[in-house]
Design a protein. Structure first.
Length: 167
């Protein structure tokens, strides 16, 4: 009869210390990944808000250049289109676009509210007027809008020139 050696009888499995070390490493990796993802997500929310604002400004500019009048008695013939206003609310929590016709102002679309925690600086002048026929804006030189995320302090800038260029 043969006796088995003591080494071949060792128990199979992991010790409590090995499991705790593995869980600690996984926790650290998850924590670092989560912080990185949260930071990335916040930066993307800010960049997205800035792109939407730029897009709405460009649409107002394009409508002015094209002479597109909203269907409203204040803008119907014989009224003439002067341009489109981009108006930032005084608190910086949103904005709207208005057609400026000789018969009065007509809001185009709804008031736009920015995502929670994101604000926009009030430009000088406010509102910005994109004039018809490529006449530029009511800005002398250029003005800068700053879109800021309060929680992180991150910001993005949008610059509008007197000729209507939006960067």
């Amino acid at each position: 009869m043969q006796l088995q050696s003591h080494q071949s009888m060792s128990p199979k499995g992991y010790t409590l210390v090995e499991i705790l070390v593995a869980l600690t490493v996984i926790g650290i990796l998850f924590g670092a990944g989560f912080v990185g993802y949260r930071d990335f997500s916040r930066r993307q929310a800010l960049a997205g808000a800035a792109k939407i604002i730029q897009g709405d400004m460009r649409k107002a500019q394009q409508n002015a250049l094209s002479g597109i009048k909203p269907s409203d008695p204040k803008c119907n013939d014989p009224q003439t289109l002067i341009g489109y206003y981009f108006y930032v609310e005084p608190a910086g929590s949103g904005y709207n676009v208005q057609a400026n016709c000789s018969g009065g102002q007509v809001q185009v679309g709804n008031d736009i509210s920015l995502p929670e925690g994101i604000t926009i600086s009030v430009p000088t002048p406010n509102p910005i007027l994109f004039q018809v026929l490529g006449l530029g804006t009511n800005i002398s030189g250029s003005t800068t809008l700053t879109v800021t995320q309060a929680l992180t302090g991150y910001s993005a800038t949008i610059t509008i020139g007197s000729g209507g260029d939006i960067k």
